[in-house]
Design a protein around this ligand. Structure first.
Ligand code: ADP
Ligand code: MG
Length: 697
């Protein structure tokens, strides 16, 4: 048994391995590529590839793959073995620099939203040296970006890397203005808290809805749900504990900093949080975490559900994206400092985020939009679909004081003059931390809480990085021209607060009153994916994202199309699954029970015709009404699906699906769930909510 430090990153070709296996010159050259993005020459690439292969083969690897993140939202890989024929009829294990740097999977079936029709059918993968290679099973996985031949991104990593670069560029301009010439780069860091459900595999397999769609499409509430709040942080059951232990070890081997685990609010719901790291790596690690979670579950006779809303009536699962930006010298730019200058810099970065979130509410909302997440946002368990920022009372009071040139209680100084007065100390982790806010400041980072549990965090972070880069650019453009830096700074911070305070909200985000108030403030509210996604192509968004080089216009068009198409397909699969389950499982079951009851009535009447059989006949009548209803509603749903022809484009089609299909799905479910409550247990064709939610012990 290895100790954790021995185990940690044992499957990763990380800095320690590179140092140990590469000649010093090669190592230094590679390091420069990783840290500064310089080009890698062929000789170095060959040496790195060879060392990687030797290391991987020594660990039992036989294959390599370019591991990438296409727009399907999951990861993709195509394995090639290292074998190469040798003249003596045998094989040797080979891996060249060329194979490391660039791959050409024939991946033409991945969604491209029309991009490849315009350009070139196939895409290529390009090594991302900033994320370490690792071994999964018998395969060396090389993290890569996936692009079309014209250079257009077909994946989630490419725009994420571009957004990090854009933010780095603008943040450096600001830092230079504050007189700092030593900082070389600014990076964003993320710690994503991942929620999930664990259920028994054997029960899972008996439910077509879970198998096909990842969520239950039918199911009456169990007598007990989450109302006692006895699951949250509760004692972890032995089977789950064994799972978590195994999961941690697998994640640690991959160098993933799995840190915190606990039970969540809903029964069978849990959470895993890693220690934060650079956004690019955090994204790769989160994708891997989701994959490993499901694999390890299979070993324990369990299934890990990552859907945002697997069960109606109990909480769904999200992902909290804890985000901050820091210099390579280790300064967190969202952490209040000790000196007036540091404070001013902190306030400027804080304002940049406030402005970014207000100006690009729509981009943040749509970055987390999927059919699955639509069930959470706005359902009184997750933040609403309205984006707002929680700052806490102290920081809000400080901003008020700056805005109004008024004294801030406790400063002693009359005015909060930036760069002169010391910022008052305020508690870092304020106790009134607001769990209902979509975007909360938590002392030295922001926690973006709208992400769904299955979302790739790349989408949210690319939008966030780009929007903040835009604020910083506007600030830098102005400040670089200012005659008096301090006065200009002060004015700009005041202006930001004045112009953007509508986005600040410290109250309860789950409250209906807030939704009304948000409408008065002019904040956008997009409850569904078809509502928000088309705004990706709003002129202001296209201008901003293209000006920072995060996307081209063609890429944005393709993404909008793919996301909406994905929404439509998801709903259609769910609807088809419901019709199928209703007809082939639910109706026969209810019918069978009704027939048994009717048989009992005849039998009893045969004994004595005076027996009333009130219970049985009443129930048979109710069940028959319900079977009629279920059958009719399944027909109606099927008809609605059949009517979905002839819509021009993904926007119109997805909106039509939302408007005509979702309601019919809800109708069918209501009738079936009612039938479930009246049908004898032995007749019900699949595990119930009670079985699923309380079945793992
Ligand atoms: P919570 O109370 O929400 O569970 P924690 O303090 O446990 O908050 O942190 C949650 C996540 O935030 C963890 O993944 C942690 O590593 C991450 N985190 C902490 N500090 C930072 C930071 N400066 N930047 C980004 N993420 C951070
Ligand atoms: Mg949290």
């Amino acid at each position: 048994m290895h100790t954790v430090p021995e185990l940690f990153a044992s499957k990763v070709f990380d800095d320690r391995v590179m140092k140990a296996t590469l000649p010093a010159k090669v190592y230094n050259s590679l390091r420069k590529t990783i840290d500064e993005g310089t080009d890698l020459d062929v000789g170095v690439a060959n040496a790195v590839a060879n060392a990687m292969k030797d290391w991987a083969v020594a660990q039992g690897a036989t294959h390599y793959t370019h591991w990438f993140q296409p727009l399907t939202g999951i990861t993709a890989e195509k394995h090639d073995s290292f074998i190469s024929p040798s003249p003596d009829g045998g094989v040797i294990m080979e891996f060249s620099g060329k194979e490391l740097i660039k791959g050409e999977p024939d991946a033409s079936s991945f969604p491209s939203g029309g991009l490849r029709a315009t350009f070139e059918a196939r895409g290529y993968t390009a090594w991302d040296p900033t994320s370490y290679a690792f071994i999964k099973g018998k395969t060396l996985c090389i993290p890569t970006a996936f692009c079309a031949y014209g250079g257009e991104a077909l994946d989630k990593k490419t725009p994420l890397l571009r957004s990090m670069e854009a933010l780095n560029k603008q943040a450096l301009r600001i830092i230079r203005l504050f007189g700092n010439d030593t900082v070389k780069c600014v990076k964003t860091s993320v710690g994503p808290e991942q929620e999930y459900f664990l259920i028994d595999r054997e029960m899972y397999e008996r439910r077509k809805d879970l198998v096909y769609t990842g969520r239950t499409l039918f199911g009456a509430k169990s007598p007990k749900g989450q109302e006692m709040e006895d699951h949250y942080f509760g004692v972890i059951k032995p089977r789950v504990e064994a799972y978590m232990e195994d999961l941690n070890r697998e994640l640690w081997k991959l160098g993933i900093l799995a840190k915190t685990e606990h039970n969540e609010v809903a029964p069978a719901q849990h959470e895993l949080a890693p220690i934060y790291t650079s956004t690019n790596i955090a994204t790769d690690h989160n994708q891997l975490t989701m994959e490993v979670m499901q694999k390890v579950a299979a070993r324990h006779g369990l299934v890990c559900l990552l859907h945002e809303k697997p069960f109606d009536g109990v909480n769904g699962s999200g992902k909290h994206n804890n985000w901050s930006l820091a210099t390579d010298t280790g300064v967190n730019l969202l952490s209040p400092g000790e000196t007036p200058y540091e404070n001013a810099q902190f306030l400027l970065f804080l304002c940049a985020v406030i402005k970014a979130v207000d100006d690009y509410q729509d981009l943040l909302r749509l970055s987390v939009a999927t059919a699955g997440n639509d069930h959470r946002l706005g359902a009184n368990e997750a933040p609403p679909a309205v984006v707002s920022i929680f700052l806490g009372d102290e920081l809000t009071a400080i901003l008020d004081a700056i805005e109004n040139d008024a004294p801030y209680n406790g400063t002693g100084t009359t005015l909060m003059k930036l760069g002169v007065s010391v910022l008052p100390k305020f508690p870092r982790d304020n106790t009134d931390r607001n769990r209902t806010s979509p975007f909360a400041f938590t002392g030295n980072k922001f926690e973006f809480r709208m992400l769904g549990s299955s979302n790739s965090i790349a989408c949210a972070n690319m939008m966030l990085n780009a929007a903040v880069a835009e604020s910083l650019k506007i600030y830098a453009d102005r400040l670089e021209q200012a005659e008096d830096f301090e006065t200009a700074l002060h004015q700009m911070i005041r202006k930001t607060i004045r112009d953007h305070k509508r986005i600040l909200f410290n109250g309860n985000g789950y409250d209906d009153a807030w939704i009304r108030e948000a409408a008065r403030r002019g904040l956008s509210n997009y409850p569904t994916t078809p509502d928000c996604m088309p705004h990706l192509l709003d002129e202001k968004n296209v201008t901003m994202l293209t000006s920072h080089g995060v996307f081209t216009e063609a890429e944005l068009k393709s993404r909008c199309e793919i996301m909406l198409d994905n929404y439509s397909k998801t709903v259609i699969i769910e609807a088809n699954t419901m019709v199928d389950m209703a007809r082939k499982e639910i109706l026969p079951a209810v019918e069978g029970y009704a027939a048994e009851l009717a048989g009992a009535v005849s039998a009893k009447k045969a004994v004595c015709s005076a027996i009333a059989c009130g219970y049985e006949t009443g129930l048979v009548k109710k069940l028959s009404e319900l079977t009629d209803q279920i059958a009719a509603r399944a027909d109606a749903l099927e008809a609605a699906l059949g009517d979905l022809k002839g819509y021009e484009g993904a926007v119109a089609e997805s909106a039509a699906i939302r408007d005509t299909v979702l309601g019919k799905m809800a109708d069918l479910r209501a009738a079936a769930d009612q039938a479930e409550t009246l049908t004898a247990k032995k007749y019900w064709p699949f595990p119930t909510y009670g079985d699923l939610l309380f079945g793992v012990r």
